[in-house]
Every structure is written in C-alpha cells, then in structure tokens.
Write a protein that binds this ligand. Structure first.
Ligand SMILES: CC(C)(COP(=O)(O)OP(=O)(O)OC[C@H]1O[C@@H](n2cnc3c(N)ncnc32)[C@H](O)[C@@H]1OP(=O)(O)O)[C@@H](O)C(=O)NCCC(=O)NCCS
Length: 250
C-alpha cells in the first residue's frame, strides 16, 4: 500500500513541470488526491499549509515520523509541487470533513492566523515529533506543534498548540511555551521559563532559568536573556559583534 501511494505521488510530481500553469494542473491533481483517498479510506487527508522553507522542513519531519502529507496548500504557490508533493491554491480549496493539518509558516502571527482559519474549517491539527528528538514522556505537546530533530524537551515541559520547536532547541524542565511560539534552532530555554504566545526566539538564544518572556516578544539570534522580557519587546545582545572577516594568507 505504501509503495503504491509513493508511486502515485511520484507520478503526481512528474506529471506537472514547474513551468506548467498551476491553474491547468489543479483538476488532475485533485483527481489524483481523490484516487489516493479511495485507496486509503481510513486515512484522513493531511495538508501542510505553506510551501516555503518551513513547510519543506515539516514535510521531512512528517515523513520521518511516518506521516505522508496529501498536499501543500499555499496562498500564492510558486510551483505545482514541492519535493514531489502537489501544491494547491488554498483559497477555495474543497476541504474534506476531519482533514488534518500543520501550518508550515515560520512567522508566528501568520502561523496563528492560518491555524485558526483551518480549525474554523473543521481541520484537526496534527502534532509531529521527529523521531530523532528527545521529548520526555512527562511533557505535553499541543496539537499542531512540530518538534524537529535533536530537540530536547525535559520532563514536565508544556508546549501549547501550533508551536515550532526547531532542530536542536533545548527546553528545560517545567518550562511553558504558549501557543504559536517559535523556538528556533539551537535556542536554550532554561528550566521553569514561561514563553508567551507568538514569541519568537532566534537561533541560539539563551534564556536563564525562570525567565518570563511576554507574548509576541522577539529575541534575536544569540540573545542572552536573564531578566524578564515584557510583551512586544525585542531583545538583542549588543556584545554580539559582527564577525570580522580577514583573508587567510596562502
Ligand atoms: C536582530 C535581527 C532582527 C537584526 O536584523 P537586521 O535589523 O536586519 O540587522 P542587520 O543584519 O542589518 O545588522 C545590523 C547590525 O546589528 C548587528 N546584529 C544583527 N543581528 C544581531 C544579533 N542577533 N545580535 C547582535 N547584533 C546583531 C549586526 O552585526 C549589525 O551590526 P553593525 O551595524 O555593527 O554592522 C536579526 O539579525 C536576527 O537576529 N534575526 C533572527 C534570525 C533567526 O534567528 N532566525 C531563525 C530562523 S529559524
């Protein structure tokens, strides 16, 4: 069965060259999706919203976790497929009841907007946990959240809905990450921290134990934070000077 589906996807991907107008391909792709659904009636369709970098990484995590997306949905697709998975224009898409989804958009506010939209259309957010991450059995991960490879979540961590915990991020025990937050690759969230809704923690940001980061805050890459960050504040560590580039002799 899996092989059959993989073959079907390969066919969908190869049927449409990137230069072919997406408009013309839609009916054929929808027909192919319907054939897939018939072959696999127990499996609800699964969409990744977005078709950019974040969505591509989520596709990878989903496949590693054993979930095969039916399609990407995008407001303005730039191609007819992404890595062999078809892309559909989101506006007017005929959603089936009980479809499953994950939003593959890095920007927290846009991710929230699309998450709420898809829930309002009857979608069920999926939680994806890359098998190479380490998530404590005593932690709770919300619906629609994706945990990428090598992320480490200590016991009693709570990550709410629609969050991104990117590759190699570490979240200490008893920390809380509220909905729509994005913890970028390699960020370190200390034990007992409270990260507010839709906050963005840049690559490699380090937050001391017990710090509260207010909602919609922005922590720059490499930010070192040991005091609370109020809502809607930006935190940049000024000691992080731009690397000085000099030619290597020889
Ligand atoms: C802080 C940030 C928003 C600044 O972006 P920007 O306004 O475009 O700034 P620029 O890149 O033009 O750099 C302006 C100055 O700030 C410095 N700077 C940039 N980012 C910095 C950072 N994270 N910490 C400290 N200084 C930083 C630059 O070195 C530069 O200094 P200079 O004027 O002495 O040369 C951005 O660098 C950042 O951290 N983005 C988050 C990226 C990230 O983590 N993405 C995750 C993807 S999963």
């Amino acid at each position: 069965m899996f092989l059959q589906i993989a073959t079907e996807f390969a066919t969908i991907g190869s049927m449409f060259s990137l230069s072919q107008p997406i408009r013309l391909a839609v009916q054929d792709k929808l027909a192919a999706l319907r054939r897939l659904a018939k072959r696999n009636p127990m499996q609800k369709p699964f969409y990744i919203f977005g078709a950019g970098c974040q969505a591509r990484c989520i596709l990878n995590a989903a496949l590693e976790a054993g979930y095969r997306p039916s399609a990407f949905l995008d407001d303005h697709p730039q191609a007819s497929d992404l890595l062999g998975v078809p892309i559909f224009v989101a506006a007017g898409f005929p959603f089936e009841p009980g479809f499953r989804f994950v939003v593959g958009i890095g920007d927290c506010d846009r991710r929230r907007e699309k998450f709420d939209l898809l829930v309002s259309k009857g979608g069920e957010p999926m939680t994806i946990i890359h098998p190479d991450s380490s998530v404590s059995r005593f932690s709770r991960i919300g619906a629609g959240t994706v945990v990428f490879a090598y992320a480490l979540l200590d016991p009693c961590v709570r990550v709410d809905e629609n969050c991104i915990v990117n590759a190699g991020a570490m979240i200490g025990h008893d920390a809380i990450v509220e909905r729509d937050a994005h913890i970028s690759a390699g960020a370190r969230v200390g034990a007992g921290c409270h990260i507010g809704e839709a906050s963005f923690l840049g690559i490699g940001a380090i937050i001391n134990n017990g710090v509260t980061v207010g909602r919609s805050a922005f922590l720059a890459m490499g930010a070192l934070v040991s005091h609370d960050v109020p809502p809607h504040f930006k935190a940049v560590s000024p000691h992080r000077k731009e690397a000085i580039l000099t030619p290597i002799a020889g």
